[in-house]
Design a protein around this ligand. Structure first.
Ligand code: UFG
Length: 338
């Protein structure tokens, strides 16, 4: 069964391709490589023994997107990861974010209609909840206005899916709201490749330990949390990848209950920045040079997922421990140094 994975050479995409291939699916990757490298294919091949088909394609180009669908017959489903994702950058380049993230989704949806592909899994984000009034957040927790253009693109993409699913009853859509994806494949053949100075906590932390950065800034210790630092729900990237496989299977087997379903994909538990630093030190035996600095603009205080719905409906739950995830992230960083 052929699955198209857009953004399949990226961090979450490449791990998902591995899990799909290990589950027996045939994968075609589409990526424009603006934020990933073709070498991901080598890593995927080393792990699974299969080199997935690859098409370099910018999905904002509608004509080329349609040509791609025309040339690949028998596509069963699509997982749409391809998007720009840097929260800070999106504040300075809002038009690029809206144009890229919205047009690529709309072109994929239009091509699905034209070429009669009904199933799609979409990468959404817990960013759509903003700072929720009650925790943990369930899928019914009201969404709040996003803090960044990037976050807003995720909310608008969800709205596009909702409207389109009402107009096109044959569609089967699942949006997965990821919490904070971290880690790397345990083989260290694939992992996260941040562009330039990392914005996210884990790549910054591992680069600090590797000596590339002098110290990790911990943004704020005056939050209303037990140790004062902000709380997130850190989900292992392989666990997250597996959620996509079960979502695809649900759609292909027609087990979905509505034609747009939304699931939180997190561990169900919150971890503070300092807890994470301490866990990393314990898990790897490495010291993390860090210093408390002021809050980062736009950060929320705390969020973690209620994953009951994904547990019940998808039969999915996070399995990898935080220690293991952090060891994998470190192993990947060490490999990048070699
Ligand atoms: N942090 C630091 N120091 C750093 C980097 C981050 O203390 O150098 C802190 C942040 O302040 C935050 C936590 O670590 O409290 C996590 O920050 P990340 O940048 O790793 O992740 P965010 O929660 O800000 O954002 C991530 C993804 C977004 C997604 C969002 C949803 O990057 O794509 O989760 O909450 F939208």
């Amino acid at each position: 069964m052929k699955i198209v994975v857009t953004g399949g050479t990226g961090f979450i995409g490449s791990h998902t391709v591995v899990e799909l291939q290990e589950a027996g699916y045939e994968v075609v990757i589409v990526d424009n490589l603006v934020n990933s490298t073709i070498e991901s294919l080598d890593g995927i091949e080393k792990i699974t023994g299969i080199r997935p088909a690859f098409e370099k394609l910018d999905l904002t180009d509608k004509e080329r997107t349609f040509d791609f669908f025309k040339s690949y017959q028998g596509i069963e489903a699509i997982i749409h990861f391809a998007a720009l994702k840097a929260v800070g950058e999106s504040v300075f380049k809002p038009l690029e974010y809206y144009s890229n993230n919205l047009n690529s989704l709309m072109n994929v949806l239009a091509a699905m209609k034209e070429f009669k592909v009904d199933s799609l899994v979409f990468s959404s984000s817990c960013t759509v909840y903003g700072q929720a009034d009650t925790l943990p957040v369930t899928e019914k927790t009201p969404r709040k206005k996003a803090e960044s253009p990037y976050g807003n693109t995720k909310a608008i993409c969800e709205d596009i899916l909702a409207d389109y699913s009402r107009a096109e009853q044959q569609l089967k859509l699942i949006a997965l709201r990821y919490f904070n994806p971290i880690g790397a494949h345990p083989t260290a053949h694939i992992g996260e490749l941040p562009n330039g100075v990392p914005n996210n906590l884990i790549p910054y932390l591992t680069q600090t330990v590797a000596g590339i950065r002098s110290q990790l800034s911990v943004y704020g210790n005056d939050y209303n949390t037990p140790d004062g630092t902000a709380i997130r729900d850190y989900i292992d990237v392989v666990d997250l990848a597996k959620a996509h496989v079960v979502a695809i299977r649900r759609l292909i087997e027609n087990k979905n209950k509505q034609n747009l379903e939304i699931f939180n994909i997190g561990t169900g538990g919150g971890v503070s920045v300092l807890q994470l630093v301490n866990t990393f030190e314990k898990a790897t035996g490495k010291k993390v040079n860090h210093q408390i600095v002021g809050r980062r603009a736009g950060d929320i205080e705390k969020v973690w997922a209620d994953t009951t719905l994904a547990n019940k409906e998808l039969g999915w739950k996070a399995e990898v421990s935080l220690e293991e995830t952090l060891r994998n992230a470190w192993r990947w960083q060490e490999k990048l140094q070699k």
